[in-house]
Design a protein around this ligand. Sequence first.
Ligand code: ATP
Ligand code: MG
Length: 370
Amino acid sequence: QAMGYFTAVLDPDPASPAGRVSHYHIQTAYDDEQGLAQLMQRCDAITTEFENVPAPALLTLGAHRPVAPAAPCVAVAQDRVKEKALFVDVAQAHPDQAVFPAPYATITTPELLAAVPADLLPGILKTARLGYDGKGQVRVRNHAELAAAWDTLGRVPCVLEKMLPLVAECSVIVARGADGACVNFPLQRNLHRDGILAVTEVYEQNTPSPLDSKAIDAAKFIAAHLNYVGVLCVEFFVVDDGSAHGALVVNEMAPRPHNSGHYTQNACTVSQFELQVRAMAGLPLVQPRLHSPTVMLNILGDLWFAADGSQRSPAWDAVLALPGTHLHLYGKLDARHGRKMGHLNITAATPEGARATALQACALLGLPPF
Ligand code: ATP
Ligand code: MG
């Protein structure tokens, strides 16, 4: 809309934040034939903002309209088994710059469960499909706990990942055009609480520089391997391997603008959302520049509850009195614990300034310091 386009959103939820601000809201299930037909009739280009849109629906749309990212790319990201196999393929294709996933085993049968090697434990059992924000994951110390956890998860296809000693978590967002041109945002440093992204910090030297370029290259190799069109986020772990900088491990990817890239709205010359539009429209992609050191704080529904459980409104007036604060609320109707309601971007002239303002905002909102 900011670039003059009319927009249509297909979302079954009548209160869908995107649906409410879009020119057209097609309110049907994601796989509803009539809904998909209406969407095709309205749109010259189609993307998905939510990872679990059924890949067959995207395939249907893709037969008639440009869909970016394409259905097969989304399908890989929807399935941890396929995703990890892709990461291994890409690492093996670039032996000099290989970034592998955590050691893992695929568990789809009791036989595979029994055959899990002991050196993958302690580990994290993750469902292959439909996990997000740490949901569908169980931490296990031994074979007995692993077997119990697989039962708890309903014996659905899973991946067991070795528990790694994390020094830091980071992500890289790239945007790739249909012509193969690929641009990137800088490495983002992410802090998770209870499996949910809490804080993203981006400024020079906040991550060890040899890892920066390695992560950016790895993300670009993945995008190129998939012949990906659009915005792609790749999440990495920095693992303690005894070396000065630690080692890079690839965790997972999101085939869309990502929460860890929301800072780009206020701290970069072009945002991840604009790059998604440019990729869809076949417009030139330009290399984004970070113009301000920045911190993003996620705003969860928890902030709407006082310690005694009563409802309250967060102190936005006090937060917005701080210089360099940019509030983005999504217009979700009810606040729930752990639900992402919005984010606060903080920009400043220096990294110290951005951190100081972010810590003040945390104190005002009742968020823990970082
Ligand atoms: P997202 O919301 O990012 O899609 P998710 O639920 O799909 O999250 P992961 O990113 O796989 O889950 O894991 C959530 C968090 O759990 C990670 O950010 C990290 O803090 C921790 N974690 C996951 N895998 C490992 C591992 N192998 N070793 C150590 N910690 C891990
Ligand atoms: Mg994750």
